[in-house]
Design a protein around this ligand. Structure first.
Ligand SMILES: Nc1ncnc2c1ncn2[C@@H]1O[C@H](COP(=O)(O)OP(=O)(O)O)[C@@H](O)[C@H]1O
Ligand SMILES: [Mg+2]
Length: 293
């Protein structure tokens, strides 16, 4: 325990300022949700599987969790969660509904904001449209402890703006060289627009630990050599038939089969300690709006 009173003398002015600034930061921090971005560059690596299961696990732990499916126009998180939302990001972007009205409740009480399927405007939004959308999403940050953003493939405006605003990024990749290469491009871009971002990497759908570990070493070697830094290795998730069954059943694998090998691995990923620090003093969607300019 630190006795703060001991520092209330002129000699300890700097420390006093530190304590005050810290307190201010804590006060600010209580107002906005932690935000975790999940991305990979490439499609089909398992981002939505990881995002929906992380949301379910953290919600089960008692947090107010919002999952935003930002694979806008090609959304599928609602399918993985067995939900049929009436409204999606498209309706929020056009102002038809408030962001809060578009939320639906999923397993363990998590909330989902769907990305919409087959909506052209959402798949190809202009910066102005995104600005309107981010502004509309802002108020949600006050209502949740954790916002998980499931990104689509590629490096569109929305993804890059989120990378610029985020404090924490979870990269979901596979052991194939194509997935590793796209994830490296994403990681590089993230650090270009946001040098302070905290990144972690998961190798999903791996046949075994050795394959996952070799993939991670490949990634680390390249990023250390060309960028001088690398993400944290969070771990790997096995290729597991239980995941395929869970997709068919539309129930997250960690809910229907908590003992399946993939579920056990997903639970470890959900404990990644950087998720606790995924909060910035400034509102996430405000920062993302600024990054669009
Ligand atoms: N660990 C895994 N084991 C088995 N199949 C998986 C695993 N992770 C993902 N899949 C399969 O890959 C498909 C694509 O995953 P998804 O999360 O939708 O990818 P992304 O969101 O990156 O495009 C899933 O529908 C599922 O069938
Ligand atoms: Mg997806």
């Amino acid at each position: 325990m630190i006795d703060k009173a001991r520092f209330e003398t002129p000699r300890f002015g700097a420390l006093r300022r530190f304590f005050r600034a810290n307190r201010r930061l804590e006060e600010d921090e209580t107002q906005t949700a932690r935000v975790l971005c999940i991305a990979s560059g490439k499609g089909g690596t398992g981002k939505s599987i990881v995002a929906s299961n992380l949301a379910a696990i953290r919600a089960q732990g008692g947090e107010r969790v919002l999952l935003v499916d930002f694979d806008a126009g090609l959304a599928n998180a609602h399918l993985l969660l067995g939900l049929a939302p009436r409204y999606d990001l498209g309706h929020v972007m056009t102002g038809e509904v408030e962001a809060e009205e578009a939320l639906v409740e999923g397993p363990n009480g998590l909330k989902l904001l769907s990305g919409g399927v087959g909506r052209h405007a959402l798949a190809n939004p202009t910066r102005r449209e995104l600005d309107r959308l981010f502004r509309a999403l802002g108020p949600l940050e006050n209502d949740f402890d954790l916002v998980i953003i499931d990104h689509g493939a590629g490096l569109g405006y929305a993804t890059v703006a989120h990378l610029a605003a985020a404090s924490t990024l979870l990269i979901v990749t596979n052991h194939e060289v194509t997935a590793l290469s796209d994830s490296y491009a994403l990681y590089k871009r993230a650090h270009m627009v946001n040098p302070h971002i905290r990144s972690g990497l998961v190798v999903n759908r791996s046949p075994g630990e050795d394959v996952a570990s070799a993939a991670w070493k490949r990634f680390r070697t390249a990023s250390q050599r060309f960028l001088g830094h690398s993400p944290e290795y969070i771990g790997w998730i096995p290729a597991d038939p239980a995941v395929l069954a869970s997709v068919q059943e539309r129930v997250p694998v960690t809910v229907s089969r908590p003992d399946a090998p993939a579920s056990v691995a997903l639970s470890t990923v959900a404990e990644w300690r950087s998720i606790e620090h995924a909060r910035s003093a400034k509102a996430f969607f405000d920062k993302a709006r600024r990054a669009l300019r």
